[in-house]
Design a protein around this ligand. Structure first.
Ligand code: GLN
Length: 555
């Protein structure tokens, strides 16, 4: 019988429920269990893919092409749970499916209501993951207890334990225990209130995970236990991690969370195996190199807009025993302040994906700078498209070359709309999405990095490299290193004469894990380490040695 764990959150949003859920999944997997992960999001959008990165950070794409919440990225980085479109549901998707059923007459003329119709749909979405090959399904409920939007989800998970038996379900509630400076103490009242709200709707949490800046005393834990009606050993602290998110599972183990879960669910498991993970963190704490990478993007000020890219850089750093300092740079500021001032001194430059015209010229300028100064350059999706535009204008001599996304009248549409996109008007879920095969060219840098000829990577775009210019660009030094098996779509371009210049039409950042860095991120970081070494020997002392803490990504 598959067991179910429901993770809810209280007091405030952004408590790191996704990370905690992923960590729980990882710990259970490392005790030999087969885990499935799922997130239920209370917002009404049917297509998370059309939401601005300012709302919930990056859109995370799965192999099957579904565009999902970024927490699914944590799930994939921490666990091996297979994720599909059944792994992420929004209120909008649940309602859409109820309404479609109603319109097909499936409710036989009954009045369609939140209970039971919407809650049944939610329960069906949860039950769908409980296949015979799944030992545990972990379902994270987005939002905060008390929000109007989350109510149907909470009601559904309450009912769920009646359907499958309370002994097969457990509820883990994440809360905040703030430290009040003026009082000089941790405050447990918000936790009491949020658990109170859970109990009002009929859910008694089994375990409380308390996010806190300071350690909880036994007194604090006893107080929380008493008021929230849980045994004191089930009040667990999760202290803020300012070093690395990959420490979270280890700190949960220190508080015996894995034991508590398997005891409560009565599952027999293997011994916890974490040596490799501890090794990763040891390497991270004792780096042999340090490099600085500039990520030049439109949403650079938003911490989560390129989440998977930042994580992938970290994974590559771990693989090379390097500390990767990441500087987020707003592409528009490259336009106003110039690349010399903002970009000199980095060991590598990465231009991520994006949509819309804002900041494009800054990206093009940044890429020109990396090309001319021989700084390792990695372009991803829109990053490839901007690299092609830059090359066309400044190397191939095609004045005013552009992507037709930004200039419909350009005389040289070096990036143009994919054929399949020409008649599409609906925005949601209609791009070229998900895993696509790609063949790598013998002798290319990418082929060497991957170590094989055929790869599969995830896509999310409407525009493509315009094949009309393929020969012309090759003659000037920009070659195609990977394309779709029919040869029609360019997936990778490289400059063989540059120390490391690779741009890809897909999103490699969705397939990197801390335990298995992505080959291209790994190659990029290795090239950045080499450049740093060179600069040390030539005594090139550049602004990157200056402190630049404010925008740096905390590890
Ligand atoms: N806007 C570009 C396109 O649609 C790039 C997309 C992306 O970077 N994900 O093709």
């Amino acid at each position: 019988m598959t067991k179910h764990i429901f993770v809810t959150g209280g007091v405030v949003s952004s408590l790191g429920k996704g990370l905690t859920s992923a960590s729980i999944g990882m710990l259970l997997e490392r005790r030999g269990l087969r885990v499935r992960m799922q997130k239920l999001d209370p917002y009404i959008n049917v297509d998370p893919g059309t939401m601005s990165p300012y709302q919930h950070g990056e859109v995370y794409v799965l192999d099957d092409g579904s565009e999902t919440d970024l927490d699914l990225g944590h799930y994939e980085r921490f666990t091996n749970s297979p994720l599909t479109r059944d792994s992420n549901w929004t209120t909008g998707q649940i309602y859409l499916s109820v309404i479609e059923k109603e319109r097909r007459g499936e409710f036989l003329g009954k009045t369609v209501q939140v209970i039971p119709h919407v809650t049944d749909e939610i329960k069906a979405a949860i039950a769908k993951l409980a296949t015979p090959d799944a030992d545990v399904v972990i379902t994270e409920i987005g939002g905060t207890v008390g929000d109007i939007e989350s109510q149907p989800f909470l009601e559904a998970i309450r009912q769920f334990s009646l359907d499958v038996g309370r002994e097969n379900c457990m509820y883990i509630h994440l809360t905040l225990v703030p430290y009040l400076k003026a009082a000089g103490e941790l405050k447990t009242k918000p936790t009491q209130h949020s658990v109170g709200q859970m109990r009002e709707i009929g859910i008694q949490p089994d375990i409380l995970i308390c996010r806190t800046e300071r350690s909880l005393s036994l007194d604090d834990r006893q107080k929380i236990a008493l008021f929230c009606n849980v045994p004191v050993e089930c009040v667990i602290e999760e202290k803020d991690k300012d070093f690395s998110i990959y420490e979270v599972p280890l700190s949960l183990v220190d508080h015996d969370l894995d034991d508590l879960i398997v005891d409560r669910l009565q599952i027999r498991t293997d011994k916890l195996e974490l040596d490799d993970w501890r090794g990763l963190l040891h390497g991270l704490r004792n780096p042999q190199h340090e490099i600085s990478i500039a990520v030049v993007g439109k949403y650079a000020e938003h911490r989560d807009a390129y989440k998977s890219i930042y994580e992938s850089l970290d994974h590559a750093g771990m693989a090379h025993h390097a500390q990767v300092r990441i500087q987020r740079i707003q592409s528009e500021s490259v336009e106003s302040e110039g690349p010399e001032r903002l970009l000199a001194g980095y060991d590598g430059l990465l231009v991520p994906g994006g949509f819309g015209e804002r900041g494009i010229e800054g990206k093009v300028e940044a890429i020109r700078f990396a090309r001319e100064r021989e700084i390792p350059f990695f372009g991803i999706c829109l990053g490839l498209q901007c690299a092609v535009v830059e090359f066309a204008r400044n190397v191939a001599g095609l004045k005013d070359a552009n992507s037709s996304e930004f200039d419909r009248e350009t005389p040289h549409p070096v990036i143009c709309l994919l054929d399949e996109q020409r008649n599409i008007t609906n925005k949601g879920g209609t791009m070229r999405l998900g895993a696509q095969p790609c063949l790598l060219v013998e002798g290319s840098r990418s082929r060497d990095s991957y170590g094989r000829e055929e790869i599969s990577e995830r896509h999310r775009h409407r525009y493509e490299f315009n094949n009309t210019y393929r020969q012309q660009f090759a003659a000037h030094g920009l070659s195609v290193a990977g394309s779709s098996p029919d040869g029609k779509l360019v997936e990778i371009v490289e400059m063989p004469d540059h120390p490391w210049y690779v741009a890809v039409q897909y999103h490699p950042e969705f397939k990197s894990k801390p335990t298995a860095a992505h080959p291209l991120f790994s190659g990029f970081v290795a090239a950045a380490i080499a450049r740093r070494g060179q600069r040390k020997t030539t005594g090139d002392n550049s602004p990157e040695d200056a402190a630049r803490t404010p925008d740096e990504i905390p590890r």
